[in-house]
Design a protein around this ligand. Structure first.
Ligand SMILES: [Cu+2]
Length: 275
């Protein structure tokens, strides 16, 4: 019954233009069909563009469906024993070229606007560097004494109550809300893709190349994403977990993280040295 209800809700929200699907918060829900709830201006813009284009898609779909049904019925052999032999009709040809052209132009305007919004990085306040590896993500905060750490998925046998299978990680990314964040994405081996549905970003992590995108998280919460470029055997096991907190909490986290990851690193170096 619950499944049925959420299915109906999803269908309704898909049909309502400009609806901002409120089914999820940073994570996909069972039986969800629509988008995850937007938590950044890019995600909002992408969902609005999607809804706008969907309107025309459905209009064209139903119009063509209607024409097909009409032709099948009206011009069937029994109803139309003497078929027309007309091969050209100037006005009709002008109409069926002009109308699709206008539709494409109307769709192009918000699409290009969206691309511009995605590609032009606003003035940012901090940087997060993301590096994809087989099969985990490494993060760096170059603005804060180069905090850096690796983030591995928690294996099924190590899950604690409340952890989410295939999505929770050992070291989560913590970011401040209401901050323009520059995200640099690259890879250490093969092509990965850093995708965060709630932030409306999906940026390829390409070895030897630095890709750039930006996020501005509107509300605190935990947001999940996954590698979205087939990168090998454990492609499905390198999730992204981002915790968005207030600016004050972020400052506190920075202090803790600087200590924690510096200790981790010196332990590792000690291990390497003593081997
Ligand atoms: Cu990957």
């Amino acid at each position: 019954m619950l499944k049925f209800k959420s299915l109906i809700m999803t269908i309704l929200s898909l049909l309502l233009p400009l609806s901002n699907n409120a089914l999820a918060d940073g994570i996909a829900k069972p039986w969800q069909i629509g988008f995850q709830q937007a938590a950044s201006p890019l995600a909002t813009a992408a969902i609005e563009t999607h809804n706008f284009v969907m309107f025309f898609m459905f209009a064209v779909l139903f119009f063509v469906l209607f024409l097909l049904a009409y032709v099948c019925f009206r011009f069937r052999a029994k109803n139309n024993p003497n078929p027309s032999t007309r091969t050209h009709h100037v006005l009709l040809e002008i109409i069926w070229i002009l109308i699709p052209t206008i539709i494409i132009m109307v769709i192009a305007v918000p699409s290009v606007k969206l691309i511009y919004k995605q590609e032009v990085i606003p003035k940012t306040e901090m940087t997060l560097k993301v590096t994809g590896y087989q099969w985990y993500w490494a993060y760096e905060y170059p603005d804060f004494d180069s905090i850096s750490f690796d983030s591995y998925m928690i294996k099924e046998e190590d899950l604690k109550p409340g952890d989410i299978r295939l999505l929770d990680v050992d070291n989560e990314v913590v970011l401040p809300i209401e901050t323009y964040i520059d995200v640099h994405v690259t890879s250490g081996d093969v092509i990965h893709s850093f995708a965060m549905p709630s932030f409306g970003i999906k940026t390829d992590a390409v070895p030897g190349r630095l890709n750039q995108t930006w996020i501005y998280i509107e509300k605190p919460g935990v947001y999940y994403g996954q590698c979205s470029e087939l990168c090998g055997a454990y492609h499905a096991f390198m999730p992204i977990k981002i915790r968005a907190v207030s600016k004050e909490e972020f400052k506190k986290w920075i202090l803790v993280a600087q200590q924690k990851f510096a200790e981790l690193e010196s332990n590792q170096q000690y291990k390497i040295a003593s081997n």
